[in-house]
Design a protein around this ligand. Structure first.
Ligand code: BDP
Length: 596
């Protein structure tokens, strides 16, 4: 799905700001039929959970309502008029005055409503949006709703981060011509010193198409006609990690000589490939340094914030991170665009976190109930997962920063039924995008000798907490466990990366001993991991869990959130930040010990 942009034929109105807000039960039934009866206002974009002091709002399970008036610009007569929601977490319903115009399931991908037939240029309408935070066995991510003895609905889920909900990303009103560009797919290659740009344009109706590629100065470097074709950019400047370069593809829909629609999609020319045990970008081995992140800040929850965006990328540059994983859901498009412009490499993850009931069994790894079964995660769950993959790839396929799809985080990939669940999803992902490698992160119970999906993946991403959840405080034992585990994965003959390793750390707690939670322990724990990584041949990268401390649901081993951040939640460095900085700034995208 194309991001709405202002172009010579399209106009865009941003609908962010304060909206009337209330949760179901506190506002009238059918709130879309009139003015929302509430004293509250909520900012868009922001999760609503941490804004108010009322616990009934924070703990609410079900629909929450947002409402505002919107005026259609008077010049839009004759244009199609659309609403675009960058995300409504986890399900959305949109009403224009009394009328339902869109429904969407999935909290981290965008959706639109064509409202041309129900609004008029120059006139106002009442826009009401319902957002549900409910997670079940057939949503991605999954969860479970129960009713307690007091009749209160309770939401539980299989991930530790807090289930923030609401309109956490921007809302737009935009105009588009009747005959328009529906979609653009760009795939790039390298041929000597030239770049090849395969493009495919989908239009809303049969029409002539013209494309032009422009470089960063605006000079035309290639052009073509027809809905599909290949452009050649001689003397191309490649998009490289740490040295981004973006071209624009200007796509025009023609009626004779008249341009009826124009849309510009930025792109970078680069290749990605897995060869043997190497991960290659532009044919050169790439070693990932960086983090699993979260979209998480105080007060805003998962609300997108450009100030944190800029600051987080500054800190990543400061520390020598060349990449990050969008754990555990697709991030705001602004984040990927920023990564595109600044040469940061992204592993783009779905929201499929917690397809795993074995974790409930604690460290025994025994599932109290099977993960894959008609009663638990079933064909309907997989269909939701498939739909989520379609929407993710439709949204993110043209970002040069995205070098790999991560189809799930810590699924129960060693459990019966895992292969049947994942094989069709992996096939679908490869059909949707044959250009990018695939991975999925392996939970601690999934080992090289019992994992059932590793052979279907291109890169083996491993999450391990030896020295934290296992062999706590005993780094010598942890080191032997980790080395044995990783060497077994490496023997499978594919690139291996550490997608998560980390230790909870209380800023300000210090110790001369290996004391868990101290700043020194986090640093020693990371150094122990690094010693092992440097001994494993097939290793292609290290992503520390987590970039920053983040909010979690209530739990006895979380004190005001997960404290595995290398930075605090307000982005102050812990001691380990300096440890990582001295290691990563020397690596320059290369595996330690390799020449270059
Ligand atoms: C891993 C999960 C991650 C958690 C982390 C932890 O992938 O989401 O936050 O453990 O326990 O299993 O800190």
């Amino acid at each position: 799905m194309l991001k709405p942009r202002p172009t010579p034929t399209r106009e865009l109105v941003n609908l962010d700001g304060l909206w009337r807000f209330g949760v179901a039960g506190r506002v009238q039934d059918e709130p879309w039929t009139g003015r929302l009866e509430t004293p509250l206002e909520a900012p868009v974009p922001a999760s609503y959970n941490d804004l108010f002091t009322d616990p009934a709002i924070r703990d609410h399970v079900g629909w929450a309502w947002y409402q505002r008036q919107v005026r259609v610009p008077r010049g839009w007569d004759g244009e199609r008029v659309l609403l675009r929601f960058d995300a409504a977490t986890h399900a959305g319903r949109v009403y224009v005055d009394d009328r339902l115009v869109a429904e969407h399931v999935g909290g981290y991908t965008p959706f639109e409503a064509d409202i041309t037939d129900v609004v008029s240029a120059g006139q106002e309408f009442r826009l009401t949006v319902g957002v549900s935070n409910e997670l079940t066995n057939v949503t991605i991510p999954p969860g479970k709703i129960t009713v307690d003895q007091f009749g209160t609905r309770k939401q539980t889920y299989l991930h530790d981060f807090y289930n923030y909900a609401g309109l956490a990303r921007s809302v737009w009103l935009y105009s588009r011509p009747a005959t328009h560009v529906e979609d653009v797919t760009i795939r790039t290659g390298v041929d000597g010193s030239a770049g090849t740009v395969d493009y495919a344009v989908r239009t809303s109706a049969a029409a002539d198409v013209r494309v032009r590629a422009l470089d960063e100065t605006g000079a035309e470097v290639g052009s073509g006609t027809g809905a599909e074709g290949t452009l050649r950019i001689d003397g191309v400047t490649l998009w490289r990690p740490g040295a981004a370069y973006l071209y624009d593809l200007v796509v025009e829909v023609l009626d004779g000589d008249t341009v009826v629609d124009s849309y510009t999609e930025p792109f970078g020319v680069r290749t990605v490939e897995v060869r043997g045990t190497e991960f290659l970008i532009n044919g050169e081995p790439f070693y990932f340094t960086g983090f699993g992140k979260h979209e998480d800040t105080p007060v805003r929850g998962k609300g997108h914030d450009d100030a944190y965006l800029v600051h987080d990328f500054q800190l990543m540059e400061w520390i020598g991170a060349n990449s990050f994983r969008t754990a555990h859901y697709p991030y705001a498009e602004e984040v990927l665009e920023f990564a595109d412009r600044h040469g940061i490499v992204v592993i783009d993850e779905t929201a499929a976190v917690g397809i795993n009931l074995a974790v409930q069994g604690g460290l025994t790894g025994l599932a109290p109930e099977p993960t894959f079964s008609p009663e638990t995660f079933n064909d309907e769950t997989r269909a939701a997962h498939a739909q989520h993959l379609r929407e993710l790839i439709a949204r993110d396929k043209n970002h040069p920063s995205v070098v790999m799809w991560c189809i799930a985080n810590e699924p129960s990939s060693n459990e019966e039924g895992a292969r049947e669940y994942f094989e069709p999803l992996i096939r679908l992902t490869r059909e949707l995008d044959p250009t990018r490698p695939l991975t999925s992160t392996a939970v601690m119970f999934a080992r090289a000798d019992n994992d059932l999906i590793a052979d279907l993946l291109d890169v083996l991403s491993i999450n391990r907490y030896f020295g934290w959840y296992v062999a706590t405080g005993d780094l010598a034992t942890a080191e032997t466990y980790l080395e044995g585990d990783l060497r077994a994965w490496a023997a499978l003959g594919k690139p291996v990366m550490m997608a998560e390793y980390g230790a909870d750390t209380m800023p300000g707690l210090h110790s001369v001993w290996d004391q868990p939670w101290s700043e020194e322990y986090q640093a020693s724990y990371l150094e122990m991991n690094h010693r092992v990584f440097d001994r494993v041949e097939a290793f292609v990268g290290e992503h520390v869990w987590n970039f920053a401390d983040f909010q979690t649901s209530n739990g006895i081993h979380r004190v005001d959130g997960n404290k595995k951040g290398v930075f605090t939640r307000d982005r102050k460095p812990k001691t380990a930040a300096h440890t990582l900085r001295s290691r990563w700034r020397g690596l320059q995208n290369r595996k330690p010990g390799t020449a270059g």
